[in-house]
Design a protein around this ligand. Structure first.
Ligand SMILES: CC(C)(COP(=O)(O)OP(=O)(O)OC[C@H]1O[C@@H](n2cnc3c(N)ncnc32)[C@H](O)[C@@H]1OP(=O)(O)O)[C@@H](O)C(=O)NCCC(=O)NCCSC(=O)c1cc(O)c2ccccc2c1O
Length: 268
C-alpha cells in the first residue's frame, strides 16, 4: 500500500528541487496551514518519498503563504466534527509524523515563514535545523484549546531551550518573535522573508555536497540520546486521545471556533 501519492495531495505540495532536496509545503493557508488527519497522512507519505528518492539529500518543510508555517491541529475541524477528520487508516497519525521527521536519514530543515503554533511549533522543534523569517512567530496553544503535547513537544523542547523556558512556553502561552527564538536557541538563523527559501535551498545544497553516510550517522547519533522520549510520547498521545473526547477539551475547541475565551473553571 503506497499511501496517498504526491499526485493526489490536496493539503500539501511536494516537489524535488534541483534534483537535490525535497520541498514539502503545507498548503492550507485559509486555516493558517493547520493540519487535519489527511494533511498528516500526506506529510508522512511525502517524507517516505523523500526518504526513498536517491536524488534527495535533505528535506525542507515550510508553509504556504506569508502568515503561517503551521498553526497545529485544525481546531475548527475538531469543533465542527469532534475529530481531526477522516484519514487513510482511521487513525490520526501525528506521532508517526514526528517519528518519520526524526527517523528519515537525511537532514530536515524547517523554513518557518510565519506562525509556528501548537502542533506546528512541535513540528519545527523536531526538525534538525530551523531557519526563520523575521516575521515568524513561535508558541504553544494547547491548554487554551483543550490539548497538549506531553511527548517530544515538552521534553525535547526543554532539551533545546531549558526547563524554565519550556515551562514558560507551555504555561503562559505567549507568542515569541524570531529574535527571541534565536536568542533562546530555538532557531538556527533568522533571515528576511524573501531570503527564506533561497537560504534553505543553499543549506540543502551545502549538505548535499557532504557524505550522506556521515550525515546519516550523525543525525541518528544526535537522536539516540533523546530517543527514549518516544516511550513518553506514546503515553502522552494515548492520554491525549482520551482527553480530546472529554467535555473539558471540547470546551477549548468550541471556544476557539466561537472566538470566545474558554471557560475551564469547573474542571479545576
Ligand atoms: C496561529 C495564530 C496565532 C494566528 O493568529 P492571527 O491573529 O495571525 O490569525 P487569526 O487568528 O485571525 O487566524 C486566521 C484564520 O485562520 C484560522 N486558524 C488559525 N489557527 C487555526 C487552527 N489551528 N485550526 C483551524 N483554523 C485556524 C482562524 O480561525 C482564522 O480564520 P477566520 O475564518 O476567522 O479568518 C492563531 O490563529 C492561533 O492561535 N491559532 C490556534 C492555534 C492552535 O490552537 N492550534 C492547535 C493546538 S492543539 C494541536 O496542535 C494538536 C496537535 C497534535 O499533534 C494533536 C495530536 C492528537 C490530538 C490532538 C492534537 C492537537 O490538538
Amino acid at each position: 500500500m503506497p499511501g496517498i501519492v504526491p499526485e493526489d495531495f490536496t493539503d500539501i505540495r511536494y516537489s524535488v528541487e534541483d534534483d537535490t532536496y525535497a520541498l514539502v509545503t503545507i498548503d492550507r493557508p485559509e486555516r493558517m496551514n493547520a493540519f487535519r488527519g489527511r494533511t498528516v497522512d500526506e506529510l508522512i507519505s511525502a517524507f517516505k518519498h523523500a526518504w526513498a528518492d536517491r536524488r534527495v539529500a535533505a528535506v525542507v518543510l515550510t508553509g504556504a503563504g506569508e502568515r503561517a508555517f503551521c498553526a497545529g491541529g485544525d481546531v475548527k475541524e475538531r469543533a465542527e466534527t469532534g475529530s481531526y477528520g477522516p484519514t487513510e487508516w482511521g487513525t490520526f497519525e501525528v506521532e508517526r509524523l514526528h517519528r518519520i521527521i526524526r527517523d528519515i536519514p537525511k537532514p530536515v530543515v524547517a523554513a518557518v515563514n510565519g506562525a509556528a503554533i501548537g502542533g506546528g511549533h512541535v513540528l519545527h522543534v523536531l526538525c534538525d535545523l530551523t531557519l526563520a523569517s523575521t516575521n515568524a512567530v513561535f508558541g504553544q496553544n494547547g491548554p487554551r484549546v483543550g490539548s497538549f503535547d506531553a511527548g517530544f513537544g515538552t521534553a525535547y523542547l526543554a532539551r533545546i531551550v531549558g526547563e524554565k523556558r519550556a515551562r514558560q512556553i507551555w504555561f503562559l502561552l505567549d507568542r515569541y518573535d524570531a529574535a527571541a527564538a534565536e536568542r533562546w536557541g530555538l532557531v538556527n538563523q533568522v533571515v528576511a522573508p524573501e531570503e527564506l527559501l533561497a537560504t534553505a535551498a543553499d543549506w540543502c545544497h551545502r549538505m548535499a555536497d557532504l557524505s550522506p553516510t556521515a550525515l546519516r550517522f550523525l543525525k541518528h547519533s544526535f537522536n539516540a540520546d533523546s530517543d527514549h522520549l518516544s516511550g513518553l510520547s506514546h503515553v502522552a498521545f494515548d492520554g491525549l486521545e482520551v482527553f480530546v473526547e472529554t467535555e473539558e477539551s471540547q470546551e477549548g475547541a468550541r471556544a476557539f471556533a466561537e472566538k470566545r475565551p474558554p471557560d475551564f473553571r469547573k474542571y479545576r
